[in-house]
Design a protein around this ligand. Structure first.
Ligand SMILES: Nc1ncnc2c1ncn2[C@@H]1O[C@H](COP(=O)(O)OP(=O)(O)OP(=O)(O)O)[C@@H](O)[C@H]1O
Ligand SMILES: [Mg+2]
Length: 376
């Protein structure tokens, strides 16, 4: 027992000294390559085992032959251990080099190209994280590109829509100035109409920019959808009468909603004006409202003959105005628009945590807005 303790002390002393020698190496290697660290760990282990074994062998006064056998066995074991450590280190180095190369493809158009070599579980987790980051980057870049192109398109359209009426205004003003206008009163009325239309367009642009910048501050109050729809119908009635369109508001439930009345009136007015404009003379625009599960739905159904299925997903886009050419219609027709109305509708409804949608029905289309219910 005493012998065994003595041997353990010698072994611990030898291994401890080797370990102590290895400690500075571990600290020095903190910033060096992982493969070098792995090799050093193996080397320190081998040295510790060898030092302990040799210390014990010395203490046991082994014969030269037995001592030689111990040294040879130690050398062989050490060589194999160091070779395996080197192989492992090389494998880790290759995998991390490949992952570094793959990391350069993060966010590229082709997407993240994962390394072909097998990776350790930690490096695989890192690779999966890089792939997910790359996908997120690609998605946001695509969104940014789409936003940028729609913004550019909108600016081009708006400047086109502004340029033509401005040229008309200038021509009318010059005619009045030169005294060559045959009917100055008619010119004045036209100028006023154009200015009103341009003011409406600028107002819509301002509202849309507030919505898109997230600067729309809602003053919420609890109101009955019956009153909201009633007011909107009353506001749109003159236009419907002028256009020979029947405006019917049957089936409106008095469900309570928590909304900004001003903004919601704007939403309903946009929907009604669109529906009336799209409906031929003698056609019908029907407004309905009902309480569904946890929401209140308002629908505006017109007799426009339906919107082409391919266009349905685009109607709420900023600046989209159907397949029609973007030439401003005559102001006298009272229907010149910039394609901003439905984008404003969706923006305001979504700011209320609601949904705006459209689908075709028999003979027309139906715009629906769903608002969170304020009851219960
Ligand atoms: N009720 C509807 N029925 C058929 N088509 C519609 C209806 N509402 C909108 N549209 C189509 O969607 C397009 C976009 O509508 P939106 O209200 O955004 O713009 P706009 O009415 O053309 O102009 P603005 O509303 O800015 O004056 C319209 O030009 C029209 O082609
Ligand atoms: Mg509109």
């Amino acid at each position: 027992m005493h012998d065994l303790l003595e041997m353990a002390a010698y072994a611990a002393l030898g291994a401890g000294l080797a370990g102590l020698a290895g400690w500075p190496a571990v600290r020095l290697l903190r910033r060096r390559s992982l493969s070098l660290s792995l090799f050093t760990v193996a080397l320190v282990t081998v040295l510790a085992v060898a030092a302990g074994t040799i210390a014990v062998a010395q203490a046991m006064f082994l014969s030269r032959h037995d001592y030689g056998v111990v040294v040879v066995v130690l050398c062989m074991g050490s060589l194999v251990a160091l070779f395996v450590a080197w192989l492992l280190g090389r494998q880790v180095a290759i995998a991390s080099r490949q992952l570094t190369r793959a990391a350069r493809t993060v966010g590229s158009d082709a997407g993240f190209a994962a390394p072909e070599v097998p990776l350790s579980s930690e490096l695989s987790a890192l690779g999966a994280e890089l792939a997910a980051t790359s996908a997120r980057l690609a998605e946001s870049r695509q969104r940014e590109r789409a936003l940028e192109s729609s913004r550019r398109e909108l600016i081009a359209w708006i400047s086109h829509d502004l340029r033509t009426p401005l040229a008309g205004l200038r021509a009318m003003a010059e005619a009045l100035e030169d005294g060559v206008a045959d009917d100055p009163r008619r010119y004045h009325a036209r100028i006023r109409l154009e200015v009103d239309r341009l003011t409406g367009m600028v107002d819509d642009l301002f509202e849309l920019s507030r919505i898109q910048a997230g600067a729309l501050t809602l003053t919420l109050s609890r109101v009955s959808v019956y009153d909201l729809v009633g007011d909107a119908i009353a506001g749109a009635y003159p236009l419907a009468r002028e256009r020979g369109v029947r405006l019917v508001g049957g089936g409106i439930e008095p469900a309570p909603v928590q909304v900004d009345s001003r903004e919601m009136t704007r939403v309903l007015a946009n929907l009604l004006v669109n529906a009336i404009r799209a409906t031929p003379v003698d056609g019908t625009v029907a407004v309905a409202a009902w309480a569904a599960e946890r929401e209140v739905v308002v629908s505006v159904t017109d007799s426009c003959g339906g919107i082409p299925e391919a266009d349905l997903p685009r109607v709420f886009e900023t600046g989209w105005r159907g397949g029609a050419a973007r030439t401003p219609r005559a102001p006298a027709a009272g229907e010149a628009g910039a394609g901003l109305g439905l984008a404003i509708v969706r923006g305001i409804v979504e700011a209320h945590e609601g949904r705006a949608s459209v689908h075709n029905v028999l003979g027309g289309c139906c715009f629906e807005i769903a608002l969170p219910s304020a009851s219960g």
